[in-house]
Design a protein around this ligand. Sequence first.
Ligand code: GLU
Length: 387
Amino acid sequence: MDTFLIRVEAETHDHFFMKKKRIVIKIGTNLITTEDCSLDTKFLSNLVEQIATLVKKGFSITIVTSGAVACGRKIIPLKKETKFIPYRQVLASVGQSVLMHHYLSLFGKYGITVAQVLLTNFDFQQRETFLNTKNILHRLLSLCVIPIVNENDVTSYEGIELGDNDNLASRLASMIDADTLIILSDVDGFFTDNPKKNPLAKLIPRVEKITQEIEKMAQTVSSKTSRGGMLSKLKSAEYAVTAGIDSYIVPGKKKDVLIEILEKERHVGTFFPAQTSRKDSRKKWMQAQIVKNAFLEIDEGAIHALCHRGASLLPSGIRKVAGKFKRGDVIEIRAIDGDLIGFGLVNYDSKNVSKIQGKRTEEIEQLLGTFFDPEVIHRDNLLIVKN
Ligand code: GLU
């Protein structure tokens, strides 16, 4: 099949996929490995079984998993106390493939394809790599592939690293416009105090707002294996709810925990309701990023397709390219009379959009000598503001 057909097929999947609920599930080292740094395959296969059921029910799942460093430690038995970054990098590079091997074979039993995605802080900070990452994740999900994400510990270094996977999970959830973030924990949820030390600590079933008082309750329980504690889970939930994403901290080992929450819609652990709508949060984010004096003017047909059919912006509907912008920038989309239609992250720079404006998608490769994307702005990266 040629590349164009593959893209068209992905687009067809996309229409189906648009109705699916997007979920990010974060799995920490404490859960996935045992004390001796072996992978807890019983736990993992049970989790994979639940995820496979949810995929069949129409959920779109992304996994953020730790465990690479722990798996590496099993092979290169450096002391657990050895926390020097180069050792972590060595352990992660050895262990990551072991970790992936298990996901690959467990999901393989259900005929589900997985993809390894290793990210760094730069992928969230720089516009072009942000767009590249966002686009590839959307394409994987549209093809019903489960992205298995971890920090790229091998290239991350102190000061530039994401730090812990709780942080990675919430930023990723926001990047892919997830509906729900589920952080699997080795405790039953968010407590008034550290439940491992204080038997009187009480589980809080719902945290309406993350206040200073709530923050004080989060004890940073440091662990020999994992990096984040309850405070980093709370920070992750805070980031997500501010971005309009419902979040949970739940006991990862509770039987059918994911099925209970997502399919049966039962209460488990601690729920943090989204503080705003996804749309309002995306709008705020896009407005803050917008490149001044740069916009695309589009025709009536394109306006209709964007506003009423949930379509992407293709080169054929573009009538004018104003100002200078780079791939990954956020720019305005306007009607010919100047009316604001929306904003979006653009797949091509202004020079290249000028070359392909008014042309058919099939002509992009010939006109530019390269083919990044069939759309100028993909609908997942678009925000329509016109009513
Ligand atoms: N990326 C690390 C690993 O895979 C884990 C980071 C964390 O514990 O949050 O081992």
